[in-house]
Write a protein that binds this ligand. Structure first.
Ligand code: SF4
Length: 314
């Protein structure tokens, strides 16, 4: 992480009024109490922070990923597994000093990185807290764990501050994104955002089993191919690299409001997950993770155990 100066922090705060932190560009004055689409204000809100052992293996290592869950989100996915945090705003306001202290505590506990979950609405405050933590000895890789709906301008400002980008690629169709995440230009926005992330940090670089820098993309397979898995993978292959690490995730379940939609109100089938993996393999993008019943399905869909055994971990 580069040295974060006072001037850099000030430049980030300028994005809050009018707010252009993310592509929604609501234009509200968050410095003076106005709220935009994400409902994030000026004081940063944290839901929890802890050593997380459920993230991808290179982030977890032996001592866990130092995860900080932030409240509010600029997407409104009807199937969000963390909707109490992202959409109902479950969390508490903390000061910049407290946020910095959380990072230092996680470093003290041996975590291999600081992993901000849903950082997008809070980029200025995070950078402010990083400056404080940095002055007190924080030197872990910084993980930006987001939904992929990011402003390229904001990402450019984060160059050399973020070490590992971990975005989703959720959909390859704007209309589907509008229906299920309340955002009408997701596919238009996520593509240049991923290109910018990859330009900054390149492919995932792992030393002694621990991720140090790079891009790790998550893709959640949705029922009825609503995620457009093949198109997402094709974009990655053609515009990022053949060695981009992609975690193809199988754990979709119809939580929150997803049950109201007939084509989203069930888990995915083994065939749907296999089809996504086959497409990934056909395109030659096989540097990523595949999920097995051991990590995903054993507890929730025991009858799928045998079927999924052959998907294998990468
Ligand atoms: S961060 Fe929130 S308020 Fe700012 S532009 Fe995005 S959705 Fe709007």
């Amino acid at each position: 992480m580069k040295k974060i100066t006072k001037k850099t922090v000030e430049e980030f705060y300028e994005m809050l009024a009018p707010c252009t932190v993310c592509p929604r560009a609501c234009g509200v004055d968050r410095l003076n109490g106005e709220l935009g689409n994400c409902n994030a204000g000026l004081d940063v809100e944290v839901s929890s922070y802890h050593q997380h052992f459920g993230e991808e293996p290179p982030l977890v290592g032996r001592h866990g990923s130092g995860t900080i869950f932030l409240a509010h989100c600029n997407l409104h996915c009807v199937f969000c597994q963390n909707y109490e945090i992202s959409q109902l705003g479950m969390g508490r306001k903390v000061t910049i000093e407290e946020l910095a202290e959380m990072m230092l505590v996680l470093q003290e506990r041996g975590c291999h990185n600081i992993n901000f979950v849903t950082p997008t609405p809070w980029v200025p405050q995070i950078v402010d807290a990083l400056a404080v933590a940095q002055s007190k000895g924080l030197d872990l890789p910084i993980v930006y764990n987001c939904g992929g709906y990011e402003s390229v301008n904001t990402l450019e400002m984060l160059e050399s501050i973020v070490d590992i980008y971990m975005p989703d690629i959720k959909y390859a169709d704007n209309k589907i994104a509008a229906k299920y995440s309340d955002v009408g230009d997701y596919w238009d926005v996520v593509r240049p955002a991923l290109v910018e992330m990859h330009r900054q940090v390149g492919d995932l670089s792992v030393e002694d089993g621990i991720a140090k820098r790079g891009l790790l993309i998550r893709h959640l397979v949705l029922p009825n191919n609503n995620a457009g898995s093949g198109e997402c993978f094709e974009f990655i292959r053609d515009n990022l690299s053949l060695t981009t690490v992609v975690n193809v995730m199988a754990q979709y379940y119809p939580t929150h409001r997803a049950g109201q939609y007939t084509d989203m109100n069930r888990r995915i089938t083994t065939q749907e997950y296999r089809a996504a993996i086959e497409e990934l393999t056909r395109l030659g993008l096989d540097s990523g993770f595949r999920q097995t019943i051991d990590t995903i399905f054993r507890s929730i869909v025991p009858e799928w155990t045998d079927d999924l055994k052959d998907t294998g971990d990468k």
